[in-house]
Design a protein around this ligand. Structure first.
Ligand code: NAD
Ligand code: DAU
Length: 355
């Protein structure tokens, strides 16, 4: 199998590339990534020399390049992670979320369709080469927010509340449309919040760990009582692998590990693990349109495909904190770049000196 993984230099993508090389030693893994601010080749450096692995620096919106990659590597599966992924950035600058997350996905779909259709000239042909699949990595945010009760199930309507989730929902609908209109083999996965090694420090957990280690203020949006459902990143990887191999054509699968936590709980847990003081907690202005609660019903992937998560939150967060303590240079290389400019712009409520 020749698997095209897009966005494989980001947080989840880089974990997935390494997961696949380990679990499927016979597969050719082609990692295509534009290396935006979030893409980092350091995330992949322990792969070393592996003849089954190829990295290509390219943008999923570059039709010509994507065509070439499909031809040269005879791609028969796509796992599309490539995206702008941060909600706060989407509130500042929505446009790139549309071009990458929606148009980029449509370009990948179109080129996959052309290369995989048994008769590409016939617009009514719904037959595809054996074994091909397009797996769209989506998010639970497409469902919008939950009240105090209830869980996201796959059949719920999509009600995204911010430009990021609206772009991911649009991409999901485009993937669905290629399945319905052209008969293209697809799956969509919708996962809850991931955490673990190599997560960019714009996201809650690595941002809090980094600020704690430096003794800087810990910015909590609003009252800190928003709830997210956390999943350790390698459990997300094993779920995607499961859907790629056992998913029913055309189906959507939610992915989550039943770990609902309020943001403030997580922040306090990290403070305690690092032996810091709760005095660092600083309540700042809330995120506009901030979703109050996410929680995944994972019954379908568990009962129909036999997947289950292997980390409890307590194990996962312990590993994560240890990883950041053992890899301070990785963090320094990021925060010494243009990250500081981003941080100062976004966290104006926090002390002037970058704290
Ligand atoms: P990330 O921001 O860490 O990584 C995104 C990667 O995509 C980067 O390597 C970046 O360089 C690349 N990229 C961006 N634009 C590109 C383009 N136009 N062409 C090619 N590559 C491009 O994101 P992440 O947290 O690893 O998320 C990966 C995927 O998983 C995203 O699609 C996201 O929506 C989804 N997801 C994330 C979470 C989460 O908690 N992080 C949860 C559910 C789903
Ligand atoms: O639910 C899945 C989604 O999870 C993914 O699709 C997104 O790509 C990913 O970024 C994540 O989105 P969130 O907005 O939930 O993650 P983030 O880490 O940005 O924020 C988690 C919670 O913490 C959220 O309620 C906002 C809050 N927060 C975040 C930051 C960065 C703070 O209180 N302070 C902060 O400084």
């Amino acid at each position: 199998m020749n698997v095209l993984i897009t966005g494989g230099a980001g947080f989840i993508g880089s974990n997935f590339v390494k997961y696949m090389l380990k679990e499927h030693t016979e597969y050719n893994i082609i990692n295509l990534d534009a290396l935006t601010y979030a893409g980092n080749l350091e995330n992949l450096k322990n792969i070393g020399d592996n003849e089954k692995y190829t990295f290509i620096k390219a943008d999923i919106r570059d039709k010509k390049k994507i065509e070439e990659v499909f031809k040269e590597y005879d791609i028969n599966a796509v796992v599309n992670f490539a995206a702008e992924s941060h909600v706060d950035r989407s509130i500042e600058e929505p446009e790139v979320f549309l071009t990458t997350n929606v148009i980029g996905t449509q370009i990948l779909l179109d080129i996959a369709k052309k290369n995989w259709k048994l008769n590409p000239q016939d617009k009514h042909c719904r037959k595809y080469k054996a074994g091909v699949n397009f797996l769209q990595v989506s998010t639970d945010e497409v469902y919008g927010e939950l009240g105090k009760e209830g869980l996201f199930v796959e059949t719920m309507p999509l009600l995204p509340n911010n430009p990021y989730s609206a772009s991911k929902a649009s991409a999901d609908l485009m993937v669905r449309a290629y399945h319905e209109t052209f008969g293209m083999p697809i799956n969509i996965t919708r996962c809850s919040n991931n955490y673990g090694p190599y997560q960019f420090p714009e996201k809650l957990i690595p941002l809090i760990i980094n600020n704690c280690l430096k003794g800087n203020d810990l910015p909590i949006y609003g009252d800190g009582m928003q709830i997210r459902d956390w999943l350790y990143v390698t459990d997300h990887c094993s779920a995607i692998d499961t859907v790629l191999h056992r998913g029913i054509n055309g189906e959507v699968y939610n992915i989550g590990g039943n770990n609902e936590k309020a943001n403030i709980e997580i922040v306090k847990l990290i403070i305690e693990a690092l032996g810091k003081s709760e005095d660092l907690i600083t309540y700042v202005k809330d995120r506009p349109g901030h979703d109050r609660r996410y929680a995944i019903d994972n019954t379908k992937i568990i009962t129909e495909l036999g997947w289950k998560p292997s980390y409890t939150f307590e194990e996962g967060i312990k590993e994560t904190i240890k990883w950041y303590l053992d890899n301070t240079q990785w963090m320094e290389n990021i925060v010494s770049g243009n990250y500081m400019g981003y941080y100062k712009k976004m966290y104006k409520d926090v002390d002037e000196d970058g704290r």
